[in-house]
Design a binder for this molecule. Structure first.
Ligand code: ZN
Length: 223
């Protein structure tokens, strides 16, 4: 780990992550992906939290522009369409299974790098519905951004599908989150389930409710 390692996070990154999410971040050990400008796009969370709880979801999309764009895809029913194709296309299913394996391997390496070591409770458990379903596109896009193209086929597809709103080549950070307000310091999420959310988050929550009302169990995620 050198100071030039793009994965390494500093105080500035933690502050940006908190501003992007509107709450303090915890147990983030690396930056999974960065904007061309250097801002974080994906927070990498330790496979075991500070309170001891195993945490399978390693890559969390933090950039509000990307998160909102992916929520639009979810609201449009992209997840159930992808799940159907997984059942019909053995080659896609195999590539998705390999993405699941890559996710587990990356998480294990992160556990090692961060000094946490193995987390047997979540052995074989990845995230986002992998290896056979699609339950959260945010997870898949986070994986694609962190791993690079060609690892997660459905995450790559979702990235292509949001190109109208965000592409890896262009910085869309300006105005995407508040830089004037104080950095969120306390986790108020228990008391302010919706009141404390940024407009993009509220937009997302509404989209989730919409999709939850129209689809089956695959139609929404918890982001
Ligand atoms: Zn940027």
């Amino acid at each position: 780990m050198t100071e030039h390692n793009p994965l390494t996070l500093d105080e500035q990154d933690l502050e940006t992550l908190s501003r992007q999410l509107g709450r303090p971040v915890r147990d983030v050990v690396e930056i999974g992906a960065r904007c061309v400008c250097g801002n974080p796009l994906v927070a990498t969370t330790a496979p075991r939290l500070g309170n001891g709880i195993p945490f399978p979801t390693t890559y969390y999309l933090t950039h509000p522009v990307i998160t909102a764009a992916v929520s639009r895809l979810e609201a449009a029913g992209v997840m159930s369409e992808m799940s159907t194709r997984l059942h019909e296309d053995p080659r896609l299913a195999e590539r998705y299974r390999q993405a699941h394996g890559a996710y587990l391997a990356a998480r294990s390496a992160i556990g090692e790098r961060s000094g946490i070591g193995p987390v047997p409770e979540i052995d074989g458990v990845s995230a986002g519905g992998m290896p056979t379903r699609v339950k959260c596109l945010h997870v898949l896009v986070g994986h694609s951004l962190a791993a690079g193209r060609g690892v997660n086929p459905l995450g790559d597809e979702a990235l292509d599908a949001i190109a109208e709103w965000w592409t890896p080549e262009q910085c869309r950070c300006d105005g995407a989150w508040s830089t004037d307000a104080p950095v969120p310091e306390r986790d108020l999420s228990r008391h302010t389930k919706t009141q404390g959310l940024a407009p993009e988050d509220l937009d997302r929550k509404r989209a989730e409710r919409r999709s939850a009302g129209t689809g089956g169990t695959d139609a929404h995620c918890s982001h």
